[in-house]
Design a protein around this ligand. Structure first.
Ligand code: NDP
Length: 277
């Protein structure tokens, strides 16, 4: 029914879910041994893995790994669901490369870590041909709630990158804040509950911010760019005083400086987006 190629933590988690759901599953991995104990049929070669099923799920480090694994293989008629991370342009190029070989790409981005694959917390962005996706949507649904985004292969990848953009930047800002306090002798444990409050409250800004971004109107009646830019200056200043790498808050500071220069001093912080594109 399904072949899975790539048995890192994510691929292994996917195989476990397919097997548990009763789908005959064939696997192949570059490093032998990672298929042990998964309950799937282990193909001796990529060619055998491809021959076993029309539907092939890839869970590899990036799209280059797809070329490394599939380059030279017979792909005619295959549906390749690539759940590996990469850029939108490389995803579109991969769709063409596969189409030239008679195969269809469904691109996807899994939004949870391996232990949460197939749980109620898991969700996955997909894009590619609607009719091809529809044929396999039930099976793919065992990995997590699916959000099908349309025919443009790059879109699932872009949604994935956008979510990881928020995730990685937030984690780094948390570490920077912790480093500031660490330099002053405060433990991460003492700061933790305040950081949690901060993360929890961030989501309440999103609906209003989205309205501002989409309308291009950024009323700054409660908090404006000039005030928040001064705060950005203070975070950079605190970093320098305490010997903490200032480059992350400097990047934020630069966005506020540009917004002020562009005449948005009295606008909401959401006006910073005008300088980003
Ligand atoms: P890993 O990097 O741990 O595993 C990658 C897999 O790709 C391994 O099976 C590895 O084989 C294979 N691989 C890498 N390069 C090549 C190559 N050149 N030729 C052949 N095989 C190759 O990744 P994960 O399982 O953690 O993640 C897979 C994808 O899912 C990534 O794109 C990641 O960004 C994404 N993702 C990961 C999450 C996570 O929490 N881990 C969460 C959400 C998405 P080998 O075993 O031989 O090294």
């Amino acid at each position: 029914m399904v072949t899975v190629i790539g048995l890192g933590p994510m691929g292994q988690a996917m195989v476990r879910k397919f097997v548990a759901a009763g789908y005959p599953t064939t696997v192949w991995n570059r490093t032998a041994g990672r298929a042990d104990g998964l309950g799937a049929a282990v193909a001796p070669s990529v060619a055998d893995a491809l021959a076993a099923n029309r539907l092939v799920v890839l869970s590899l480090t990036d799209y280059q790994a797809m070329y490394d694994v599939l380059g030279g293989a017979e792909l005619d008629g295959k549906v390749i669901v690539n759940l590996s991370s990469d850029t939108p342009a490389r995803t579109r190029a991969a769709a063409k490369w596969l189409a030239d070989r008679g195969a269809e790409l469904i691109a996807g981005g899994v939004m949870v870590p391996a232990p949460l694959v197939g749980t109620e917390h898991a969700y996955i962005f997909y894009s590619g041909r609607a009719d091809v996706y529809a044929v396999h949507s039930e099976l793919l649904g065992h990995l997590g709630k699916a959000h099908y985004l349309g025919a443009d292969h790059a879109l699932a990848q872009l949604y994935y990158q956008a979510q990881l953009d928020i995730f990685l930047t937030s984690l780094s800002s948390y570490l920077h804040a912790s480093a500031l306090l660490k330099a002053a002798g405060v433990s991460a444990a003492d700061f933790a509950s305040f950081a949690v409050d901060n993360f929890n409250s961030l989501s309440m800004y999103v609906a209003d911010a989205a309205r501002n971004i989409d309308s291009g109107e950024h009323p700054g009646d409660l908090a404006n760019v000039t005030m928040m830019g001064a705060t950005a200056d203070h975070i950079v200043g605190a970093s320098r005083e305490l010997g903490v790498d200032p480059r992350l808050p400097e990047a934020v500071q630069a966005q506020y400086e540009r917004a002020v220069k562009d005449g948005h001093g009295k606008s909401s912080w959401t006006s910073l987006i005008e300088g980003l594109t």
